[in-house]
Design a protein around this ligand. Structure first.
Ligand code: IPD
Length: 276
């Protein structure tokens, strides 16, 4: 008997509800507020979706813990403990949502003893439900998915994002990393705007790697489970083991591509989710 499968099924049902709320909200006017900076946005829908997901799960599984993007923004702790923990991004791709750019996802990762047991990412405008239970493979709308398996970085399509701090020091470091990757050379770089979708694009072979410095555990947890179950690799940007609370990762279709990226990019300071 799999103890966490009931949780996963419930999570999938809640994620579908959340996706419906997001699609409905896109039909109305969107009111936007700034969080930590003019490029860190939040909407009423981010908050309502997170409230819906957390309150429903808490009612069913009252002893479980939560790390939710908007709860943390409102002052809740984001320390990862050994207990069953739901790590939730109600809208991954809030800037996309604000602009109605169509990569918008609901992302849930579930950890026990700090290990990710399952991941759910619903790309709700594409109507793609990605799921993965540890040891049981990765799926999109119920069909198995696998990474491209590409080993040659010069034949790869790489995803990244430009959304972290915009001060000149960080900006220069981020651009230098992009230049370093582009000059390998690779086939191209894309920035779809949702970390969770990016990892699912690598998981289903539409891209070969994604790297990012400055994201959060709620952006990574669901997608990391899906990518690894699809045969991909997650690692720290230095080439060491992936750390969910480190705010950085390389997610790749093969160990070789991940290592090639790690050799090319320079880390810069982005803090940690469990110490901020
Ligand atoms: C953001 C997206 C985006 C990334 C940002 C994240 P949010 O998540 O994943 O791709 O560039 O760093 O914060 O804020 O829309 O949940």
């Amino acid at each position: 008997m799999d103890p966490w499968l009931e949780c996963m099924d419930f999570g999938v049902a809640m994620t579908k509800e959340a996706g419906k709320m997001i699609r409905d909200a896109l039909q109305r006017e969107i009111s936007v507020r700034e969080k930590s900076s003019p490029v860190d946005l939040v909407t009423e829908t981010d908050q309502k979706v997170e409230e819906l997901i957390i309150s429903s799960i808490r009612e069913k599984f009252p002893t479980h813990s939560f790390i939710g993007e908007e709860s943390v923004a409102a002052g809740a702790p984001s320390a990862l403990t050994d207990g069953p923990t739901w790590i939730i991004d109600p809208i991954d791709g809030t800037t996309n949502f604000v602009h109605r750019f169509p990569f918008i996802s609901v992302s849930i990762g579930f950890t026990v003893n700090r290990q990710i047991e399952f991941g759910i990412v619903f790309s709700c405008l594409e109507n793609k439900m990605y799921t993965a239970r540890r040891g049981r493979g990765a799926f999109c709308n119920g069909a198995p998915i696998t990474v491209s398996g590409q080993q040659d970085i010069t034949k790869s399509l790489i995803l990244t994002e430009m959304g972290f701090k915009k001060d000149s020091e960080h900006f220069r470091a981020m651009m230098a990393n992009m230049e370093s990757i582009l000059s390998i050379p690779v086939h191209g770089i894309r920035a779809p705007g949702s970390a969770a979708v990016n990892m699912c694009l690598v998981a289903c072979g539409a891209a070969d790697a994604y790297y990012h410095i400055g994201i959060h555990c709620w952006d990574m947890a669901g997608g990391a489970a899906i990518l690894t179950e699809a045969g991909g690799v997650v690692m720290d940007i230095t080439g060491g083991p992936f750390d969910l609370m480190s705010r950085r990762l390389i997610a790749a279709s093969s160990q070789g591509i991940a290592e090639s990226i790690a050799k090319k990019i320079q880390p810069f300071c982005c803090g940690r989710d469990d110490t901020e």
